[in-house]
Design a protein around this ligand. Structure first.
Ligand SMILES: Cc1ncc(COP(=O)(O)O)c(C=O)c1O
Length: 415
Protein backbone atom coordinates (compact mmCIF):
# COMPACT_ATOMS: atom_id res chain seq x y z
CA UNK A 1 0.00 0.00 0.00
CA UNK A 2 1.45 3.43 -0.88
CA UNK A 3 0.37 6.50 1.06
CA UNK A 4 -0.15 9.87 -0.58
CA UNK A 5 3.18 11.05 0.83
CA UNK A 6 4.94 8.12 -0.86
CA UNK A 7 5.71 6.08 2.26
CA UNK A 8 5.12 2.39 1.96
CA UNK A 9 2.90 0.69 4.48
CA UNK A 10 2.85 -3.02 5.07
CA UNK A 11 -0.56 -4.43 4.24
CA UNK A 12 -2.03 -5.70 7.49
CA UNK A 13 -5.61 -6.54 8.30
CA UNK A 14 -7.26 -4.48 11.06
CA UNK A 15 -7.89 -7.60 13.09
CA UNK A 16 -5.72 -10.69 12.84
CA UNK A 17 -5.42 -13.70 15.08
CA UNK A 18 -9.07 -13.88 16.05
CA UNK A 19 -9.18 -17.15 17.88
CA UNK A 20 -11.90 -19.63 16.98
CA UNK A 21 -15.02 -18.91 18.97
CA UNK A 22 -13.97 -15.40 20.01
CA UNK A 23 -16.94 -13.07 20.40
CA UNK A 24 -17.87 -10.20 18.13
CA UNK A 25 -14.81 -8.29 16.88
CA UNK A 26 -14.24 -8.45 13.15
CA UNK A 27 -11.91 -6.94 10.60
CA UNK A 28 -12.80 -3.33 9.88
CA UNK A 29 -14.45 -2.63 13.25
CA UNK A 30 -13.34 0.43 15.19
CA UNK A 31 -10.93 0.19 18.13
CA UNK A 32 -13.56 0.73 20.83
CA UNK A 33 -15.64 -2.16 19.50
CA UNK A 34 -12.62 -4.42 19.19
CA UNK A 35 -11.50 -3.61 22.74
CA UNK A 36 -14.84 -4.81 24.13
CA UNK A 37 -14.78 -8.19 22.36
CA UNK A 38 -11.17 -9.23 21.77
CA UNK A 39 -9.84 -12.16 23.77
CA UNK A 40 -13.31 -13.32 24.84
CA UNK A 41 -14.33 -16.85 23.91
CA UNK A 42 -17.86 -17.28 25.19
CA UNK A 43 -17.72 -21.08 25.15
CA UNK A 44 -14.84 -21.08 27.64
CA UNK A 45 -16.41 -18.64 30.12
CA UNK A 46 -19.25 -20.79 31.43
CA UNK A 47 -21.59 -17.80 31.31
CA UNK A 48 -19.33 -15.16 32.83
CA UNK A 49 -18.59 -12.06 30.75
CA UNK A 50 -14.88 -12.25 31.50
CA UNK A 51 -12.68 -15.32 31.20
CA UNK A 52 -12.25 -16.54 34.79
CA UNK A 53 -8.74 -16.57 36.28
CA UNK A 54 -6.96 -19.84 35.56
CA UNK A 55 -4.29 -20.23 38.24
CA UNK A 56 -2.02 -23.17 37.57
CA UNK A 57 1.39 -24.72 37.73
CA UNK A 58 0.53 -28.29 36.63
CA UNK A 59 -1.70 -28.74 33.61
CA UNK A 60 -3.20 -32.21 33.55
CA UNK A 61 -3.21 -34.19 30.29
CA UNK A 62 -6.19 -36.35 29.38
CA UNK A 63 -3.97 -39.29 28.33
CA UNK A 64 -0.35 -40.31 27.89
CA UNK A 65 -0.07 -39.51 24.17
CA UNK A 66 -1.33 -35.95 24.69
CA UNK A 67 1.11 -35.60 27.58
CA UNK A 68 4.08 -36.75 25.48
CA UNK A 69 3.07 -34.56 22.54
CA UNK A 70 2.21 -31.41 24.46
CA UNK A 71 5.28 -29.46 23.30
CA UNK A 72 5.26 -30.75 19.71
CA UNK A 73 5.21 -28.27 16.83
CA UNK A 74 2.73 -25.43 17.09
CA UNK A 75 0.95 -27.15 19.99
CA UNK A 76 3.37 -25.48 22.40
CA UNK A 77 1.98 -22.10 21.35
CA UNK A 78 -1.64 -23.12 21.02
CA UNK A 79 -2.26 -25.22 24.10
CA UNK A 80 -1.72 -24.42 27.74
CA UNK A 81 1.16 -26.69 28.75
CA UNK A 82 2.52 -25.52 32.07
CA UNK A 83 1.89 -22.55 34.38
CA UNK A 84 5.31 -21.05 33.65
CA UNK A 85 4.36 -20.81 29.98
CA UNK A 86 1.18 -18.88 30.75
CA UNK A 87 -2.36 -20.09 31.28
CA UNK A 88 -5.61 -19.29 29.43
CA UNK A 89 -5.47 -15.71 30.74
CA UNK A 90 -2.12 -15.05 29.06
CA UNK A 91 -3.45 -16.58 25.82
CA UNK A 92 -6.56 -14.38 25.89
CA UNK A 93 -4.54 -11.23 26.57
CA UNK A 94 -2.04 -12.16 23.84
CA UNK A 95 -4.73 -12.72 21.23
CA UNK A 96 -6.38 -9.38 22.06
CA UNK A 97 -3.09 -7.47 21.85
CA UNK A 98 -2.05 -9.22 18.61
CA UNK A 99 -5.33 -8.21 17.01
CA UNK A 100 -5.16 -4.57 18.05
CA UNK A 101 -1.49 -4.36 16.95
CA UNK A 102 -2.29 -6.01 13.60
CA UNK A 103 0.39 -8.63 14.27
CA UNK A 104 0.80 -12.33 13.76
CA UNK A 105 1.13 -13.11 17.46
CA UNK A 106 1.89 -11.67 20.89
CA UNK A 107 3.96 -12.99 23.77
CA UNK A 108 3.10 -11.81 27.30
CA UNK A 109 5.99 -11.22 29.72
CA UNK A 110 6.42 -10.38 33.40
CA UNK A 111 7.03 -6.63 32.94
CA UNK A 112 7.51 -3.97 30.31
CA UNK A 113 11.23 -4.13 30.89
CA UNK A 114 11.31 -7.90 30.43
CA UNK A 115 9.38 -7.47 27.16
CA UNK A 116 12.21 -5.18 26.02
CA UNK A 117 15.04 -7.41 27.22
CA UNK A 118 13.41 -10.62 25.95
CA UNK A 119 12.89 -9.10 22.49
CA UNK A 120 16.46 -7.79 22.30
CA UNK A 121 18.03 -11.03 23.49
CA UNK A 122 15.80 -13.16 21.24
CA UNK A 123 16.69 -11.18 18.13
CA UNK A 124 20.43 -10.76 18.76
CA UNK A 125 23.34 -13.16 19.15
CA UNK A 126 27.06 -13.14 19.77
CA UNK A 127 28.98 -10.89 17.36
CA UNK A 128 25.89 -8.88 16.36
CA UNK A 129 25.58 -5.10 16.28
CA UNK A 130 22.41 -3.25 17.31
CA UNK A 131 21.44 0.37 16.65
CA UNK A 132 19.47 1.86 19.54
CA UNK A 133 17.90 5.31 19.73
CA UNK A 134 19.82 7.65 22.03
CA UNK A 135 16.49 8.67 23.58
CA UNK A 136 15.78 5.13 24.79
CA UNK A 137 14.21 4.25 28.17
CA UNK A 138 17.08 4.23 30.73
CA UNK A 139 16.86 0.57 31.83
CA UNK A 140 16.90 -0.53 28.15
CA UNK A 141 20.17 1.37 27.78
CA UNK A 142 21.52 -0.30 30.91
CA UNK A 143 20.59 -3.72 29.48
CA UNK A 144 22.46 -2.96 26.24
CA UNK A 145 25.52 -1.50 27.95
CA UNK A 146 25.86 -3.90 30.86
CA UNK A 147 24.38 -7.16 29.68
CA UNK A 148 24.35 -7.42 25.86
CA UNK A 149 28.00 -6.29 25.86
CA UNK A 150 28.90 -9.28 28.09
CA UNK A 151 27.49 -11.59 25.43
CA UNK A 152 29.51 -10.02 22.63
CA UNK A 153 26.75 -7.78 21.24
CA UNK A 154 27.77 -4.22 20.43
CA UNK A 155 25.38 -1.25 20.72
CA UNK A 156 25.62 2.05 18.84
CA UNK A 157 23.25 4.84 19.87
CA UNK A 158 21.81 6.97 17.08
CA UNK A 159 20.28 10.44 16.95
CA UNK A 160 16.48 9.90 16.97
CA UNK A 161 16.20 12.56 14.25
CA UNK A 162 18.39 10.52 11.88
CA UNK A 163 15.63 9.26 9.52
CA UNK A 164 16.82 7.39 6.44
CA UNK A 165 20.45 8.43 7.13
CA UNK A 166 20.45 5.54 9.62
CA UNK A 167 21.94 3.58 6.72
CA UNK A 168 25.26 5.37 7.30
CA UNK A 169 25.50 3.47 10.62
CA UNK A 170 24.80 0.01 9.23
CA UNK A 171 27.62 -2.49 9.45
CA UNK A 172 27.87 -5.97 7.99
CA UNK A 173 26.91 -7.38 11.39
CA UNK A 174 24.03 -4.97 12.18
CA UNK A 175 21.02 -7.17 12.92
CA UNK A 176 18.53 -4.86 14.57
CA UNK A 177 17.40 -1.23 14.86
CA UNK A 178 15.62 -0.52 18.14
CA UNK A 179 13.32 2.52 18.26
CA UNK A 180 11.27 4.28 20.87
CA UNK A 181 9.17 7.30 19.89
CA UNK A 182 8.68 9.70 21.44
CA UNK A 183 11.87 9.12 23.43
CA UNK A 184 11.84 8.52 27.18
CA UNK A 185 11.82 11.76 29.21
CA UNK A 186 12.97 13.97 26.28
CA UNK A 187 10.15 13.03 23.86
CA UNK A 188 12.00 13.16 20.50
CA UNK A 189 10.00 11.81 17.56
CA UNK A 190 11.42 9.53 14.87
CA UNK A 191 10.65 8.86 11.23
CA UNK A 192 9.74 5.23 11.82
CA UNK A 193 8.84 4.44 8.21
CA UNK A 194 12.08 5.91 6.82
CA UNK A 195 14.20 4.02 9.35
CA UNK A 196 12.28 0.79 8.74
CA UNK A 197 12.59 1.17 4.97
CA UNK A 198 16.36 1.64 5.21
CA UNK A 199 16.68 -1.36 7.54
CA UNK A 200 14.48 -3.58 5.39
CA UNK A 201 16.58 -2.90 2.28
CA UNK A 202 19.56 -4.38 4.17
CA UNK A 203 17.66 -7.28 5.76
CA UNK A 204 17.94 -5.69 9.22
CA UNK A 205 15.12 -6.20 11.72
CA UNK A 206 13.28 -3.31 13.39
CA UNK A 207 11.78 -3.39 16.90
CA UNK A 208 9.97 -0.51 18.57
CA UNK A 209 8.94 0.32 22.12
CA UNK A 210 5.48 1.79 21.44
CA UNK A 211 4.36 2.21 25.06
CA UNK A 212 3.70 5.96 24.71
CA UNK A 213 1.26 5.91 21.78
CA UNK A 214 -0.13 2.39 22.34
CA UNK A 215 -1.42 0.64 19.18
CA UNK A 216 -4.57 2.76 19.42
CA UNK A 217 -2.60 5.81 18.25
CA UNK A 218 0.33 4.28 16.35
CA UNK A 219 0.83 0.84 14.85
CA UNK A 220 4.56 0.13 14.46
CA UNK A 221 4.01 -3.02 12.37
CA UNK A 222 1.98 -1.09 9.80
CA UNK A 223 4.88 1.39 9.54
CA UNK A 224 7.45 -1.28 8.74
CA UNK A 225 8.59 -2.51 12.18
CA UNK A 226 8.93 -6.26 12.67
CA UNK A 227 8.30 -6.24 16.41
CA UNK A 228 6.21 -3.93 18.60
CA UNK A 229 6.76 -3.80 22.37
CA UNK A 230 4.52 -2.30 25.03
CA UNK A 231 4.88 -1.95 28.75
CA UNK A 232 1.31 -3.12 29.41
CA UNK A 233 1.89 -1.78 32.90
CA UNK A 234 0.93 1.67 31.59
CA UNK A 235 -2.26 2.34 29.60
CA UNK A 236 -3.17 -1.25 28.83
CA UNK A 237 -3.56 -2.20 32.48
CA UNK A 238 -4.34 1.41 33.30
CA UNK A 239 -4.79 1.27 37.07
CA UNK A 240 -1.24 1.40 38.53
CA UNK A 241 -1.66 -1.98 40.18
CA UNK A 242 0.44 -4.40 38.14
CA UNK A 243 3.44 -4.77 35.84
CA UNK A 244 3.25 -6.69 32.56
CA UNK A 245 4.78 -6.61 29.07
CA UNK A 246 3.73 -7.64 25.57
CA UNK A 247 5.80 -8.35 22.45
CA UNK A 248 3.96 -8.52 19.12
CA UNK A 249 5.60 -9.81 15.94
CA UNK A 250 4.64 -9.22 12.33
CA UNK A 251 5.56 -12.73 11.18
CA UNK A 252 5.03 -16.25 12.41
CA UNK A 253 8.79 -16.95 12.34
CA UNK A 254 9.60 -14.01 14.61
CA UNK A 255 6.68 -14.74 16.90
CA UNK A 256 7.79 -18.34 17.41
CA UNK A 257 11.41 -17.30 17.93
CA UNK A 258 10.40 -14.84 20.64
CA UNK A 259 7.87 -17.21 22.22
CA UNK A 260 10.50 -19.98 22.40
CA UNK A 261 13.03 -17.56 23.86
CA UNK A 262 10.64 -16.30 26.53
CA UNK A 263 9.69 -19.90 27.38
CA UNK A 264 13.38 -20.83 27.64
CA UNK A 265 13.95 -18.01 30.13
CA UNK A 266 10.82 -18.92 32.09
CA UNK A 267 9.62 -15.31 31.93
CA UNK A 268 5.91 -15.34 32.73
CA UNK A 269 3.14 -12.98 33.84
CA UNK A 270 0.81 -14.37 36.50
CA UNK A 271 -2.79 -15.17 35.52
CA UNK A 272 -4.24 -12.53 37.86
CA UNK A 273 -2.14 -9.83 36.21
CA UNK A 274 -3.11 -11.08 32.74
CA UNK A 275 -6.77 -10.99 33.80
CA UNK A 276 -6.44 -7.41 35.09
CA UNK A 277 -4.52 -6.26 32.01
CA UNK A 278 -7.23 -7.63 29.70
CA UNK A 279 -9.89 -6.01 31.87
CA UNK A 280 -7.94 -2.75 31.60
CA UNK A 281 -7.98 -3.03 27.81
CA UNK A 282 -11.78 -2.97 27.78
CA UNK A 283 -11.77 0.69 28.87
CA UNK A 284 -8.46 1.70 27.33
CA UNK A 285 -10.05 3.56 24.42
CA UNK A 286 -12.15 5.91 26.56
CA UNK A 287 -9.46 6.36 29.22
CA UNK A 288 -6.76 7.19 26.73
CA UNK A 289 -8.98 9.55 24.73
CA UNK A 290 -9.99 11.50 27.82
CA UNK A 291 -6.45 11.58 29.26
CA UNK A 292 -4.97 12.63 25.93
CA UNK A 293 -7.51 15.47 25.52
CA UNK A 294 -6.82 16.71 29.05
CA UNK A 295 -3.05 16.43 28.48
CA UNK A 296 -3.25 18.52 25.29
CA UNK A 297 -5.15 21.24 27.16
CA UNK A 298 -2.87 21.25 30.18
CA UNK A 299 0.33 21.10 28.09
CA UNK A 300 -0.86 24.06 25.99
CA UNK A 301 -1.69 26.01 29.17
CA UNK A 302 1.70 25.22 30.73
CA UNK A 303 3.53 26.28 27.55
CA UNK A 304 2.11 29.82 28.06
CA UNK A 305 3.27 30.22 31.67
CA UNK A 306 6.23 32.61 32.21
CA UNK A 307 8.00 30.10 34.50
CA UNK A 308 8.12 27.52 31.70
CA UNK A 309 10.92 27.36 29.10
CA UNK A 310 9.16 24.76 26.99
CA UNK A 311 6.82 21.78 27.09
CA UNK A 312 8.11 18.60 25.47
CA UNK A 313 5.02 17.06 23.89
CA UNK A 314 4.83 16.19 20.16
CA UNK A 315 1.06 16.93 19.90
CA UNK A 316 1.88 20.63 20.60
CA UNK A 317 2.59 22.61 17.43
CA UNK A 318 5.61 24.17 19.12
CA UNK A 319 7.26 20.77 19.64
CA UNK A 320 10.13 19.95 17.21
CA UNK A 321 8.59 16.51 16.58
CA UNK A 322 5.11 17.86 15.81
CA UNK A 323 5.23 17.38 12.01
CA UNK A 324 6.22 13.71 12.29
CA UNK A 325 3.68 13.14 15.07
CA UNK A 326 0.94 14.72 12.94
CA UNK A 327 1.90 12.68 9.91
CA UNK A 328 1.95 9.29 11.66
CA UNK A 329 0.17 9.32 15.03
CA UNK A 330 -3.55 9.46 15.69
CA UNK A 331 -3.15 10.76 19.26
CA UNK A 332 -0.86 10.08 22.15
CA UNK A 333 -0.15 9.42 25.76
CA UNK A 334 -1.03 11.89 28.50
CA UNK A 335 2.69 12.09 29.36
CA UNK A 336 4.92 15.10 28.68
CA UNK A 337 7.99 16.94 29.91
CA UNK A 338 8.28 20.50 31.21
CA UNK A 339 11.51 22.51 31.33
CA UNK A 340 11.37 25.33 33.89
CA UNK A 341 13.47 28.49 34.03
CA UNK A 342 14.20 27.84 37.70
CA UNK A 343 17.53 26.18 38.47
CA UNK A 344 16.78 26.07 42.21
CA UNK A 345 15.86 22.59 43.50
CA UNK A 346 14.33 24.05 46.67
CA UNK A 347 11.96 26.17 44.59
CA UNK A 348 11.02 23.20 42.40
CA UNK A 349 10.45 21.13 45.57
CA UNK A 350 8.16 23.89 46.93
CA UNK A 351 6.12 23.69 43.76
CA UNK A 352 5.98 19.89 43.53
CA UNK A 353 5.61 19.01 47.23
CA UNK A 354 2.62 21.32 47.59
CA UNK A 355 0.62 19.89 44.68
CA UNK A 356 -2.66 18.50 45.92
CA UNK A 357 -3.72 16.35 42.95
CA UNK A 358 -0.43 15.46 41.27
CA UNK A 359 1.35 12.81 43.33
CA UNK A 360 5.07 12.19 43.03
CA UNK A 361 5.76 8.92 41.21
CA UNK A 362 7.57 7.58 38.22
CA UNK A 363 5.39 5.07 36.40
CA UNK A 364 2.47 6.27 34.26
CA UNK A 365 -0.59 5.19 32.31
CA UNK A 366 -2.83 4.84 35.35
CA UNK A 367 -6.02 6.79 36.11
CA UNK A 368 -4.26 9.25 38.42
CA UNK A 369 -2.12 12.31 37.74
CA UNK A 370 1.56 12.14 38.60
CA UNK A 371 4.63 14.32 38.59
CA UNK A 372 8.28 13.25 38.55
CA UNK A 373 11.41 15.39 38.49
CA UNK A 374 14.53 14.21 36.66
CA UNK A 375 17.99 15.62 37.16
CA UNK A 376 19.51 16.48 33.80
CA UNK A 377 21.53 15.66 31.83
CA UNK A 378 20.54 12.04 31.28
CA UNK A 379 23.09 9.54 29.96
CA UNK A 380 23.12 10.29 26.22
CA UNK A 381 25.79 9.44 23.61
CA UNK A 382 24.85 11.70 20.68
CA UNK A 383 22.21 14.22 21.78
CA UNK A 384 23.61 16.13 24.78
CA UNK A 385 21.07 18.02 26.92
CA UNK A 386 22.17 21.65 27.18
CA UNK A 387 19.02 23.14 28.68
CA UNK A 388 17.74 23.07 32.26
CA UNK A 389 19.19 21.18 35.27
CA UNK A 390 15.77 19.63 36.00
CA UNK A 391 13.09 18.27 33.77
CA UNK A 392 9.60 17.73 35.15
CA UNK A 393 7.44 14.95 33.78
CA UNK A 394 3.69 15.10 34.16
CA UNK A 395 1.26 12.27 33.67
CA UNK A 396 -2.32 13.46 33.30
CA UNK A 397 -4.97 11.23 34.81
CA UNK A 398 -8.75 11.13 34.65
CA UNK A 399 -9.35 14.04 37.03
CA UNK A 400 -11.15 17.11 35.68
CA UNK A 401 -8.54 19.16 33.74
CA UNK A 402 -9.84 22.42 35.32
CA UNK A 403 -8.93 21.11 38.77
CA UNK A 404 -5.52 19.98 37.54
CA UNK A 405 -4.78 23.40 36.01
CA UNK A 406 -5.78 25.07 39.28
CA UNK A 407 -3.40 22.79 41.18
CA UNK A 408 -0.57 23.58 38.76
CA UNK A 409 -1.28 27.32 38.82
CA UNK A 410 -0.91 27.32 42.61
CA UNK A 411 2.29 25.28 42.22
CA UNK A 412 3.79 27.78 39.80
CA UNK A 413 2.94 30.57 42.30
CA UNK A 414 4.95 28.73 45.00
CA UNK A 415 7.83 28.35 42.55
C1 LIG B 1 8.90 3.57 27.49
C2 LIG B 1 8.96 2.50 28.52
N1 LIG B 1 9.23 1.25 28.17
C3 LIG B 1 9.29 0.24 29.07
C4 LIG B 1 9.07 0.49 30.40
C5 LIG B 1 9.17 -0.64 31.39
O1 LIG B 1 7.94 -1.04 31.86
P1 LIG B 1 7.76 -1.76 33.27
O2 LIG B 1 7.73 -0.67 34.29
O3 LIG B 1 6.50 -2.51 33.15
O4 LIG B 1 8.94 -2.67 33.44
C6 LIG B 1 8.76 1.78 30.83
C7 LIG B 1 8.51 2.06 32.26
O5 LIG B 1 8.47 3.17 32.71
C8 LIG B 1 8.72 2.81 29.87
O6 LIG B 1 8.46 4.08 30.24
Amino acid sequence: MTRSDGLRFRRLPMVTMLAAGETGAQAGMKHDTQLVHLGRRKAEHEGTVNLPVHRASTILSPDLKSYLGRFDGDRRFETVTYGANGTQNARALASAVAAIEGGHGTVVTASGLSAVTMALSALLGQGDHVLVTDSVYGPTRRFCNDLLSRYGIETTYYDPGIGSAIDTLFRDNTRLVYLEAPGSLTFEMQDVAAIAEAARSRGILVAMDNTWATPLYFKPLAHGADVSIQAGTKYLAGHSDLVIGVITSASETLHQRIADHVMTFGDVAGPDDCYLALRGMRTMGVRLRRQYESACRIAAWLAQQPAVVRVLYPPLESDPGHALWKRDFGGGASLFGVALHSTDLDAVARMVDGLALFQIGSSWGGFESLVAVNRMPLPRAVIPWTETPFLLRFHIGLEDPDDLIEDLAAGLQRL
